[in-house]
Design a protein around this ligand. Sequence first.
Ligand code: GSH
Length: 263
Amino acid sequence: MLAVYHDNLSVCAQKVRMALEEKAVPWESRYIDLMKQEHLTQEYLQMNPRGLVPVLLHEGHAIYESTIILEYIEDAFPDHPLRPANALARARMRLWTKIPDDGLHVACASVTYASAFVHQLKQHHDAKELADRLVKLPDRARAARQKQILELEFEAPIVKDAVLLHDKVLKEMDATLGRTTWLNGDDFSLADIAIIPYVTRLDRLGLEGMWAARPNVARWFAAVQSRPSFNTAITAFGSTAYDDELKKRGIDVWPQVRALLAA
Ligand SMILES: N[C@@H](CCC(=O)N[C@@H](CS)C(=O)NCC(=O)O)C(=O)O
C-alpha cells in the first residue's frame, strides 16, 4: 500500500503527486491540515521528525523530503521512467531537482508567506498564538524567517533575496528551454516536476509578469499545464478561496516585485 500525507497547496506535495500521476501509480490520500498543525503531532513527527509535508508511506516505511521521495518512486516503480538512463543526463537532471533544496523552496516559502499567509495568519490568530506557533516549529531557521516576515511582511530583507533567486532560476530556465523542449532534454523528467510547483506558485500569486519577457518559460509552462498530471495532481487539489487569496495578495505585491527586478 502506498499513501501520501500531504496538503492541497504544498509545493513539495505537488511534486510527489505529479510524479505518481505521471507514472500511473495508485496512491491513497492522507490529508494533513497545516493550519490545525496536524504536521506537528507526535504521531506525525514519528514519520517525519522535521514536521513537514509530504510523507510517502510505502509498505509500512515512511519516506520524507520530496526530492528523496521522487527518487524513491522512480526506484520502486520504474515503469514510465521520469529519469534518463544515461549517467550524464541523469546527473544534469539532478542539478535541476537540487535547485529547490539549495534555496528555491525556502525562497518560495518566503514570497508566499510575505504576500499571502502572513495576512491570513494575522486574521485568524492573535499575537500570542502566532508566537506560540513559532515556538513549536522544529526548524529554528524557519521560525526565524517567519518571525522576520510576521514583523516586516513584504519589506523583510529575506523576501527581496527570495524574489531575486526566483528571477535567477527563471533566467536559467529560459536559456535552457531555448535549446530543449523540457528542462533536461526532449523528455519530460523529474527536472520538470521539481520546478513546476514553484512556477505554478508564482502564477497563482499573479506574478506571471516575472516571465513576460521569457518566451521559452511561457511555452514550457503552457505545455506543463496541458499535461493530464497537472490537472490531477495540482489543479484538482486547488482551493478556490485560497487561490483567490493568493492571487489577490500577489497582485498587491506585483508593483514591489517589479521594482525589485528593475533595480
Ligand atoms: N525540503 C522539504 C520541504 C517540505 C516543506 O517545507 N513542506 C511545507 C509545505 S510546502 C510544510 O510542511 N510546511 C509546514 C510548516 O511550515 O509548518 C521537502 O522537500 O519535502
